[in-house]
Design a protein around this ligand. Structure first.
Ligand code: R5P
Length: 303
């Protein structure tokens, strides 16, 4: 097996390769003055099972394009199979028509991924568990929830004064799984309303147990507004300390300032998206999904 890192996930690819005790293979990615790219395999890949790690967050279009070019170079040079590890699958939020007149972005992404010849996809904490069904190639849907559970256990937060909070109805499944991993930690779900035209967010009501310590769990943080609003809402409902666990640090716009200024005490995310050094803030801690990824590849190396 050969592992390659695209520009967005080079560090994660290196960590995964280290865990598997194999050398990270190299690619030549040339950037032309007009920002077109040329990808060249510098190693022999004929007959090899190849794995490419490339996240597709900001800038999603550019990062997807680089992934397509890498896969094409590997396939043209005789790779037997290509598995794409796309830790954060860009465009996943547009998985259906929300309002009349819209397209379905993820369907286009799926067509493109399949047409370049990807044989298998490994990804993390998708916005909807139904997304893998839209693919014809196999999709392995991994989760960072076990990492979150381990961290919560290490912090020794007890089930008597702590509850898990989903900041929207779409997170019910996620919160129930995490609760099970934590011996039935109580949980609550907030009903969030997002105005699709303006993008404004409001928290309407909550169902379930809100304890003194509240752990907000989400799949991603984009602008950070959901988290900031959820924390304010929880405070009004009696919570005193708020923590956040979210798999994907999309961190668009001034999300990191919003999070740092918010009343949450700490924000845990993962490296499904590489956090640039200028986006680090004091309340942030990044957990790595390298172990979970390497374990999956160890269990299913060539299928
Ligand atoms: C929404 O359904 C997602 O689960 C996240 O809550 C959302 O994408 C976060 O977005 P933002 O950080 O921009 O509020």
């Amino acid at each position: 097996m050969k592992i390659f890192g695209g520009s967005t996930s080079y560090k994660l690819a290196r960590k995964v390769a280290e865990k598997l005790k194999i050398k990270l293979s190299s690619l030549e990615i040339h950037l032309f003055p007009d920002e077109e790219k040329r990808v060249r395999c510098v190693e022999k890949v004929l007959g090899e099972h190849c794995v490419v790690v490339q996240s597709t967050s900001i800038n999603a279009d550019k990062n997807y394009m680089e992934l397509f070019l890498i896969v094409d170079a590997l396939k043209r040079n005789g790779a037997k199979t290509v598995t794409a590890i796309i830790p954060y699958l860009g465009y996943q939020r547009q998985d259906h028509i929300f309002r009349e007149g819209e397209g379905v972005s993820i369907e286009i992404i799926i067509k493109l991924l399949e047409s370049v010849g990807i044989d298998k996809i490994i990804t993390f904490d998708l916005h909807s568990v139904k997304i893998p069904e839209l693919f014809r190639v196999p999709v392995v849907h991994l989760s960072a929830l076990s990492l979150f559970a381990n961290k919560i256990k290490q912090n020794q937060w007890s089930n008597t004064d702590t509850s898990l909070i989903s900041p929207d109805m779409g997170g019910i499944r996620r919160i129930k799984i995490l609760s099970q991993l934590l011996n039935g930690m109580p949980y609550a779900i907030i009903e969030k309303n997002r105005n699709l035209a303006s993008g404004s967010i409001s928290m309407i009501r909550a169902e379930g147990a809100i304890k003194r310590k509240a752990i907000i769990v989400d799949d991603m943080i984009s602008t950070g507004i959901t988290i900031a609003r959820a924390a304010d809402f929880l405070k009004k409902k009696g919570a005193e300390e708020m923590f956040v666990f979210a798999t994907h640090p999309v961190f668009s716009g001034n999300a990191t300032e919003i999070l740092q200024r918010s009343i949450v005490k700490k924000v845990y995310v993962t490296d499904t998206i590489d956090v640039a050094s200028e986006k680090y803030f004091p309340k942030l801690e990044v957990l790595s999904v390298a172990g979970v990824t390497a374990e999956e590849m160890r269990m299913h190396p060539n299928d």
